[in-house]
Design a protein around this ligand. Sequence first.
Ligand SMILES: Nc1ncnc2c1ncn2[C@@H]1O[C@H](COP(=O)(O)OP(=O)(O)OP(=O)(O)O)[C@@H](O)[C@H]1O
Ligand SMILES: [Mg+2]
Length: 240
Amino acid sequence: MTIQLQAKQVSMRFKDRVLFHIPSLTIGPNEAVYLKGDNGVGKTTLLKILAGLLKPTSGDVLPRHQSLFTGLLRGPGRKDVIYLHQSPYLFDGSVFQNVVYGIKHKNLDLHDKRAEVISALRLVGLETLADEHVSVLSGGEKQRVAMARAWVLKPSILLMDEPSASLDQESIERLVFMAQDLLEHGSSIVITSHQTNALTRLCRKQWWIKDCTLIESPLLQIIDKKHKDKENNYVASNSD
Ligand SMILES: Nc1ncnc2c1ncn2[C@@H]1O[C@H](COP(=O)(O)OP(=O)(O)OP(=O)(O)O)[C@@H](O)[C@H]1O
Ligand SMILES: [Mg+2]
């Protein structure tokens, strides 16, 4: 299922400090967004608000066409919007148990669930560690387990908070593959990162939190312009 989330007049304040005010924002269906901004501007806070894990000081975030009343009936958190934490929370158990947890209640027989989890672990390169306890994993491996757990859930919107911070190049490529797969199936993704890399290059739209608000722009043109500038410099330096 793919959904569209719509934020209206969303403000976040901590005590007297206004973090941001965003008059209007939509995400989905099938979008890839790069969320950027300096440390402390509120990227993580915004992702948690979009995931329904944090209530904004004022304003609403609702799936499009859903009234405030039915939104209240659904309770906290949005099952089809997943927030992928920078330091993932894994529970006490094996790698396999952590990944299968998300699809425990899915209407699949045990064999299919196992196959789904093993293919997710294969994609993140951890199938040989399926029976290991998560406490023995490195930071980057834990991040990959969290991505596998998110991927098996096939969320409508995946919010990735600095997913590449502790990952090497090969692990980033694995996450790119999974993110691309979700995009091909109609999901949307939002990625925060302080560096551009193969993951952020999937994005076609940019959200920039700056001066306590959010500026939205298409990313294709920005990448193209940088690319053109590079090409022009190359031509100029080789035409002497
Ligand atoms: N529960 C809270 N109470 C008070 N202040 C908070 C709370 N949560 C976040 N803040 C403040 O809000 C600001 C934004 O935090 P947030 O984690 O969203 O920033 P960020 O843009 O994700 O930064 P970074 O790039 O470092 O991850 C920070 O100054 C933080 O201290
Ligand atoms: Mg953050």
